[in-house]
Design a protein. Structure first.
Length: 215
């Protein structure tokens, strides 16, 4: 699953504070530990998002909106403008409205991938972390945490998360993928532990859709 499918995080209108040296890794590790403890207590999560992609070669900017519902055991529903991706933890359905096609595949818990659950609920331990400083996200002065792969073979060059340290909530995510494209997710309407129904993580194939089953 590519990083653009990691639909999760952020808010516009931030202002970068004057540059400051990165804080010691120990401070970053402590913040990551607090986040893990907080998200360990989350059974489900839902939010809406604005995704902005800046392409490396053309510098073109593309924006889209969507939503995410997430529960543990790798269950999620990601809704884009023209695409829906649903996982019940065993099977993944990817529905393209433009192509009227559903691709069905097995869920694969690849430790090198960055699934929504791994980013939001199980912040990956295979990444070195450092605090870059503070930045305004809406009305919150968020802490910027940069995560860099500790070894080769990861799906991104780095990702950054903007954290509300008081509430221990991730407000924003920025990913630099292997093609040097920069993808930012601005999170809105974040709700936790609202008993998202199990039916959210099931997909009904639309009538007339072409089905490509890769299981």
């Amino acid at each position: 699953m590519g990083p653009r499918v990691l639909i999760i995080f952020a808010l516009c209108g931030w202002m970068l504070l004057p540059s400051a040296p990165a804080l010691p890794a120990g401070d970053a590790a402590e913040l990551v530990s607090k986040l893990r403890k907080k998200y360990d207590r989350i059974d489900d999560l839902s939010l809406s998002f604005l995704q902005t992609t800046v392409f490396s070669v053309s510098k073109a900017r593309q924006t889209s909106e969507g939503g995410l519902s997430l529960a543990k055991e790798n269950r999620y529903r990601i809704t884009f403008d023209d695409r829906v991706i649903v996982s019940d933890g065993t099977t993944v359905w990817s529905w393209s409205k433009a192509n009227a096609q559903v691709i069905i595949d097995r869920f694969r818990d690849d430790p090198n991938s960055l699934t929504p659950e791994r980013l939001l609920v199980r912040i990956p331990s295979e990444y070195a972390s450092v605090i870059l400083g503070k930045e305004r996200v809406g009305k919150v002065e968020a802490t910027i945490l940069k995560m860099t792969p500790a070894s080769a073979g990861r799906p991104v060059r780095w990702f950054k998360i903007w954290v509300d340290e008081e509430k221990l909530v991730i407000l924003k995510l920025r990913v630099l993928d292997l093609a040097e494209n920069e993808i930012t997710y601005e999170l809105r309407d974040i709700a936790m532990n609202r008993d998202v129904p199990d039916t959210t993580f099931r997909f009904t194939i639309p009538p007339g859709a072409e089905v490509l089953d890769l299981r």
